[in-house]
Structure formats: C-alpha cells, structure tokens
Design a protein around this ligand. Structure first.
Ligand code: HEM
Length: 408
C-alpha cells in the first residue's frame, strides 16, 4: 500500500503569509514511512494519540523485546507498564521542581555562557543551546557527579554517531549499510565512556544518598547496566536534541521579526510563552508520530481504523489544520491560541499517554535562553543557521548560527 493523506475534512484552504523557515526544505527534507496513512487532521490525531488500542510504531518499535520492561525506553511501553513508569517520573516535572531546581540551574548555565560570549564577543547559538539543554536534562536524569562540560561533549558525540543527518540516499546507504558496523562500534565505545565517567559515579553517589531524580529511581529499582544506559539515552534524545534545536529556531525567528522580538522583551511571562509556543506550532521539532492499533479502532472521525494499520501523524499538518487554528495557518500570531481557545502547544508535544513530560521544562528553558541572550548589549545574529533533517528524530537540525555582542 502506498502512503495516503487524510486531510481534515472541510477545512478551509490555507491562505496568508508563510513565516516558516522550514517551508521550502520540508518539501523534500522529511519523508514519512512507506505504507503509513498520514493524517493532518487535529481532531483525528487526538483520537489516535489518546486511544488505548494504539501502540507506538516507530522504525524500531516492532523490534523491541517487551519481556524486560526495565530495559526498554519508555517510549515503547504500553498500558500499565507505561503508566507505572510515567508515574515514577512525574515528581521530576512538577511546577515546583521547575521553579526550585531547574530555573536557577538554567540561569547559572546562561551566566557562564554569557560571560564567555562577552569575553570574545562571538559564539555559536547551537553551542549555547546544547550546554543549556544538556545541563537541565542531566539534572533531571541525575548525572551530576562528573564534569558537566565533558558530559555534554560525550552526549553530543553519542547522538552524532547515532544517525546519518543527511537525506541523500547514497550518503545514507554508505553511512548505514557500508559503514554501519563502524558507526555501531564507535557508538558502543562512546556509550561505555559515558557509563564509566558519568553513570557509575552518579549511581554510587545515589546508593549512599538518594535524590529526586531518574538515577535514584533506577538505583532503588535495581536497573541493569543496559537498562540505565537506555534510560539515559532516551532522555538525551528526547530532552537534549529537541530543545537544543528549537531554541535556535526561536532565536532565528526573533531576529527576522523585530516587532515580535520587541513584544517578547517587553511582554510578561505569559506573553513570552505565547510567542514561543506559536513559533513551535509552525516549526515543530518532531515531524511525525506513528501509531498502530492492536485491534480495530471504531467510531473515529475518520471511520474504523483496521488492526495493524500504520498511522502517521503529521505534526506540521495538524498544527496548521485551519478547522482548529483558524485562518492564515502559517503566520505567527501569538494571540491565536487564546482566540481559538486551544492550548498553545497544539500538537507539538504530542497528546495522550505518551505526551511529552518535559514540555514545561522545554518552554521555560527556551524562555530563559532567549530572554538572557537578547538582552546582552550589542547582541546580533549575523548569519542564518544551516538546516538539515534528522532521520532519527524526524526533525530539523540547525547549525553554525554565529552571534556577536559588545566585548567586556
Ligand atoms: C522543544 C522541546 C521538546 C519537544 C518538541 C518534545 C516533543 C515530544 C513529543 C512530540 C513527544 C511524544 C512522542 C510520542 O507520542 O511518540 C515527547 C515525548 C517525550 N519527551 Fe519530549 N519534547 C521536548 C522536550 C523534552 C524535554 C526537555 C524532556 C526531558 C527532559 C523530554 C522528555 C520526553 C520523554 C521522556 C518522552 C517520552 C514520553 C513517553 O513515551 O511517555 N522532552 N516529546
């Protein structure tokens, strides 16, 4: 079966300005899985993501051995096992944890980054966003007993060895098939480095004194080495790769839209979040979410979905479904969510049981990052970042945007 598209029935046609930085490159940049029935309907996507008969269905979901739940990334867990794991992480994502622990940490990281930036008068946006995303995520995970900068470097190199960040079929063939053994070995070697230098010291510290983090939970529940590594890499992928890229995208939009930047800098927190969520709506990080029902799903707004039918949720599509977002779907309009009476994140963090637990953390991080950087005297972003598409996160990757400021 070929890929089919389900557009939201009866939606008005998109009109108006197109503010998306990814508008051109998305046409060729990201291809959904073959045989997936793709939907751009916000309503149907919600039904699918909230359904109890739907299971994760990514490129690797069918290959996961479900017999050892402690050795499975919780992306792939289902039902009670998934509920139990989500309940265990809920305390790390409360508003209180964000205010008491992560926001002070975000400012401490930005203090260090901005001091270095002002010393040289020049920096890369993606270096600063990586440091910030990594520091916050590793605090949640509990990898806090080794050198932070070295840990960030190790996480970065593991993520780089994970994927061919390029869409050219020949490159992917060379990377994945011809040199696949080399990349796997390299990745394994780097993962063992992370185990030895970061995970073991964190584990030993929490054996003596548990804290409120993922590592303490894993120690108390006797996770194996494999289970711990999988969990740490799940967070590295879910919390670092995503937020790192989005922060750069938001900075890029604010550079090219001075009125929006002005509104951001003079607005209150609520207004700043509305701007950030609206940029995320048109430039979501995750491209597609995949699900497959383990029995027929009846009574949906698209009729019955037969057991085993792969559904691909096109997040860009559902975030611009005019029946929900209103007219001019590709224009940035921070008042849109309030006017349409829909939560500002739209579909960018998913929905249902797997909805992103780190959504609020990511929004706060982005707010602090932009608010601190844009207020540095003489701040200027002097070139556009390069834009590539990642096959593993199904999202964009932005590199080498240079910023300058007055030297002090
Ligand atoms: C802009 C930043 C982020 C975006 C756009 C994002 C997006 C998403 C989306 C769309 C999902 C749902 C996946 C699915 O249903 O298949 C998800 C899940 C998840 N996210 Fe995020 N995320 C972000 C930041 C974070 C952060 C900062 C953390 C943690 C520190 C995090 C941790 C997770 C985890 C652990 C899951 C899996 C949840 C589950 O399967 O139950 N994310 N994220």
């Amino acid at each position: 079966m070929s890929t089919q598209t389900l557009d939201s029935p009866g939606s008005p046609v998109a009109t108006g300005r197109d503010d998306r930085k990814t508008a051109e490159s998305i046409k060729t940049g990201l291809k959904p899985f073959k045989d997936a029935r793709i939907t751009t309907s916000f309503k149907f996507a919600r039904e699918v993501l909230r359904s109890s008969v739907m299971r994760q269905a990514s490129s690797v979901a069918d290959e996961v051995d479900m017999s050892k739940p402690d050795e499975i990334s919780f992306f792939f867990l289902h039902g009670d096992e998934h509920k139990k794991r989500r309940a265990s992480v809920a305390p790390y994502f409360t508003p209180k944890a964000i205010v008491d622990r992560y926001i002070p940490l975000m400012h401490a990281t930005m203090d260090r980054q901005i001091a270095e930036f002002q010393k040289t008068g020049r920096a890369k946006l993606d270096d600063i966003s990586l440091e910030l995303a990594s520091d916050v995520t590793m605090e949640i995970v509990g990898l806090t007993n080794s050198d932070r900068k070295a840990l960030t470097r190790r996480v970065k190199t593991i993520m780089e060895a994970n994927d061919s960040f390029d869409k050219r079929p020949f490159y992917r063939f060379m990377h994945d098939k011809v040199f696949g053994w080399y990349h796997n070995a390299l990745r394994m070697w780097r993962v063992m480095d992370l185990w030895k230098n970061d995970i073991v010291p964190a584990m030993e510290a929490r054996r003596k004194e548990p804290r409120n983090d993922v590592m303490s939970y894993m120690v108390q529940n006797n996770y194996s080495q494999k289970g711990m590594i999988i969990e740490v890499l799940t967070y590295a992928g879910a919390g670092v790769s995503t937020t790192r890229e989005f922060m750069i995208m938001a900075a890029w939009h604010l550079r090219d839209n001075p009125a929006l930047a002005e509104r951001f800098l003079t607005g209150n927190e609520e207004d700043q979040f509305a701007i950030i969520e609206e940029i995320l709506r048109i430039e979501p990080i995750a491209g597609f979410l995949y699900r497959k029902p383990d029995e027929d799903m009846t009574g949906t707004s698209e009729g019955t979905i037969p057991k085993g039918q792969l559904i691909g949720i096109d997040i860009r599509g559902i975030n611009s479904d005019t029946s929900v977002v209103g007219e001019h779907p590709f224009e940035i309009d921070p008042d849109r969510a309030r006017r349409q009476k829909v939560a500002g994140a739209w579909g960018s963090f998913g929905d249902g049981p797997h909805r992103c637990p780190g959504a609020q953390v990511a929004l706060h991080e982005t707010r602090v990052y932009l608010d601190r950087l844009l207020r540095v005297p003489g701040y200027k972003m002097i070139n556009d970042p390069t834009l590539k598409w990642s096959m593993s996160t199904q999202g964009y990757e932005l590199r080498d945007a240079i910023i300058t400021c007055d030297k002090v």
